[in-house]
Design a protein around this ligand. Structure first.
Ligand code: S3P
Length: 174
């Protein structure tokens, strides 16, 4: 079996990609890479300021550039942004380079987690709290066609980190 040396965590905003990614990296003794942080470092500004001053198309361009730059990175868990798999060839790139894991959550869970976490997220800044659920349902429906291409779909409501770790252990190069 061809074992992999990279894991890409994908999923909707608020699905816990960074938290899960850090824990997985720790258990595997791999490094953890946050794609949003790489973009912020490249741009020298926060994601919300990038959207405001440079616009979303520029953000997507840099997102792609930074993702492709991870091609030769070894032994890393990469936490991507909620939109990363849904633009250009990003999803096929991730599939070709590593293990892709979709952290799946219900709109109810996502709503609870995002209700007070919209400040840092430019896509949510103009959504009223009472419209959040509807927005999530619609956006998730739109994006799941990419998310569901992932090699592994993990239902976060009933999967703890230990279970997740034991599932992926056999697939990675340790
Ligand atoms: C985005 C999600 C964000 C960030 C940017 C765009 C999206 O990352 O990349 O605000 O399109 O869903 P998180 O999923 O970490 O919030």
């Amino acid at each position: 079996m061809n074992r992999s040396d990279k894991i890409f965590l994908i999923g909707f905003m608020g699905s816990g990609k960074s938290t899960t990614g850090k824990e997985l990296a720790l258990r595997l003794n791999w490094s953890f890479i946050d794609l949003d942080e790489m973009i912020e470092q490249y741009a020298g500004m926060k994601i919300r300021d990038i959207f405001q001053h440079k616009g979303e198309p520029w953000f997507r361009e840099i997102e792609k550039q930074e993702l492709l730059g991870l091609s030769d990175v070894s032994k890393a868990v990469v936490s991507t942004g909620g939109g990363t798999p849904c633009f250009g060839d990003n999803m096929s790139f991730m599939i070709s380079k590593g293990i892709t894991i979709y952290l799946r959550m219900t709109p109810e869970m996502l709503e609870n987690r995002l209700l007070y976490a919209s400040y840092e997220r430019p896509l949510l800044k103009d959504i009223a709290k009472e419209d959040l659920r509807e927005y999530i349902v619609r956006k998730l429906e739109e994006r799941e066609k990419w998310y569901l291409k992932a090699g592994m779909v993990i239902d976060e409501c009933n999967t703890d980190i230990e279970t997740m770790y034991s599932l992926i252990r056999k697939l990675v190069r340790e």
